[in-house]
Design a protein around this ligand. Structure first.
Ligand code: SF4
Ligand code: SF4
Ligand code: FES
Length: 323
């Protein structure tokens, strides 16, 4: 007779109400997960499915009956008898404000779904006035805590600045950074343990930085690209993607995705190859892999050039078919 082996104690089911509908979920389920299961979409930016919640952006807030403040759906766990409203006037107003403040100060042009959310919550980021001129390269990095100069109110302050291109593999374009901390957590104790990047400065001058703003090549970075994997806005991107966007040739609709196994070592990480016009343009990794959770090393993430077509004469006699 076989006896089932329980890997974890079974979870108690709890009953709660979301938008007037009764739900029954395992204890410990977040409002966000319960909503996803029932098909209710909640906008998220700083939430990462492989990271502990940071509650940095607050675009996911919901109203919990009887609570004084709005609660972030990405970290708030449902409790027995709890009644949650995901689309009240207060919720909509709060999400609108978050989107307006981010939209007025950050370049959200490559953040998925933002145009749809701006429409849904009638956000008007332009109401704060014309955007300030981008800061020269390095100017924001030189700002010291406690020395912030308030603007004169004629223009909307932004984090815009030239992108940082100091290596061949990836680009840091902090004009697109919403300070969600996900890259810091992925680089630090939650995954990579390299601690190459952290938060410098305070308030509006806060920014992601290497130690003493050193170029990435002089930092502790090991080029795993796990920060790119979790960045929600495209602030961190493959150099290939950055260059193609600059040239106007980046076309996600024309790309195919093929998940395969990395051949560099015996760990056997899953690689998802994004291919456009028969060229690998970037590599991601499935987040639901129970071993790697979307993380890779430099070889799996960036070591794909050897399988690319190298022009006339390369790989003589070996006609390459589609990848
Ligand atoms: S590539 Fe890896 S080591 Fe470098 S900053 Fe990103 S997560 Fe950290
Ligand atoms: S670079 Fe990307 S992941 Fe890092 S804090 Fe900025 S938006 Fe978040
Ligand atoms: S997604 Fe929940 S606080 Fe950012």
């Amino acid at each position: 007779m076989t006896v089932p082996v329980h890997l974890a104690p079974p979870k108690r089911l709890i009953d709660a109400t979301i938008d007037g509908e009764e739900v029954r979920v395992p204890e410990g389920t977040t409002v966000l997960d319960a909503c996803s299961a029932s098909g209710t979409e909640i906008p998220t930016l700083c939430y990462g499915d492989t990271l502990a919640p940071r509650n940095a952006c607050r675009v996911c807030v919901v109203e919990v009956e009887g609570a004084r403040t709005l609660a972030p759906a990405c970290s708030r766990k449902l409790e027995p008898g709890m009644s949650v409203n995901t689309d009240s006037e207060r919720v909509r107003h709060s999400r609108k404000l978050v989107l307006e403040l981010l939209g007025s100060s950050v370049d959200l042009s490559t953040t998925p779904k933002v145009p749809e959310w701006m429409d849904r919550y009638e956000a008007e980021p332009d109401r704060f006035g014309p955007r300030a001129e981008p800061a020269p390269l390095g100017e924001r990095d030189a700002r010291r805590a406690g020395e912030h100069e308030a603007g004169d109110g004629t223009v909307a302050a932004t984090v815009e600045q030239p992108p940082k291109i100091d290596n061949d593999l990836y680009v840091r374009d902090y004009s697109k950074c919403i300070m969600c901390y996900k890259c810091v957590d992925a680089c630090g104790d939650q995954w990579q343990n390299s601690f190459a990047i952290g938060v410098a400065g305070r308030g509006f001058d806060a920014r992601i930085s290497t130690e003493h703003d050193a170029p990435l090549t002089d930092s502790a970075c090991v080029y795993c690209g796990n920060c790119i994997e979790v960045c929600p806005t495209g602030a961190l991107s493959f150099a290939t993607e950055f260059d193609m966007r600059q040239a106007g040739t980046w076309d996600e609709e024309a790309q195919t995705e093929t998940t395969t196994i990395c051949t560099y070592c015996g760990v056997g990480c899953n690689l998802t190859l994004h291919v456009q016009e028969n060229e690998i343009v970037k590599v991601t990794s499935p987040h639901d892999n129970p071993v790697t959770h979307g993380n890779l090393c430099i070889k799996g993430r960036f070591g794909f050039q050897h399988v690319q077509r190298r022009g006339e004469g390369a790989g003589k006699g070996a006609e390459k078919g589609p990848l």
